[in-house]
Design a protein around this ligand. Structure first.
Ligand SMILES: C[S@@+](CC[C@H](N)C(=O)[O-])C[C@H]1O[C@@H](n2cnc3c(N)ncnc32)[C@H](O)[C@@H]1O
Length: 123
């Protein structure tokens, strides 16, 4: 529930699980912001990863965009495979996640040294 809507009475009753999650947008001037148009907040993806995997397990995102799933999975000690067919997404992921401990591959499984030029990533 939106923080402003939580009255003292509702807080006293405790939290009832619902099918709607309240979460702020990616802060417009925060360091989390990548500029990728459909970027999701890390807090949402942390919750998804935490609820559906265990430390050390694999997390796969076939539509990785700016790599939010990968960033959340890394923070939580998961291994990840991220895929996207957009070269812009690939460039954003590389800037966000770096290259240390990451393998970038094209769709043929060839290693990429300049992922910005090729529309696929896997690591
Ligand atoms: C909604 S965005 C994902 C945003 C991501 N959750 C984030 O936080 O940045 C969906 C992504 O799917 C990618 N996409 C769409 N069709 C695809 C396809 N057929 N194969 C791979 N990626 C695809 C798009 O390039 C886009 O980056």
């Amino acid at each position: 529930m939106a923080p402003g809507l939580v009255t003292a009475e509702k807080a006293e009753r405790g939290k009832v699980p619902t099918d709607v999650w309240w979460h702020t947008i990616v802060p417009t001037n925060g360091k989390e912001k990548t500029g990728y148009p459909s970027q999701k907040p890390e807090g949402v993806l942390r919750r998804v990863v935490q609820a559906s995997s265990s430390p050390g397990s694999w997390v796969l995102d076939f539509f990785a965009g700016s790599g939010t799933t990968g960033a959340a999975a890394r923070q939580l000690g998961r291994r990840t495979v991220l895929v996207d067919n957009s070269s812009e997404a690939l460039a954003v992921m590389q800037r966000r996640l770096g290259t240390s401990g990451i393998t970038y591959l094209d769709v043929q499984g060839e290693h990429l040294t300049c992922p910005e030029d090729v529309p696929a990533a896997l690591f």
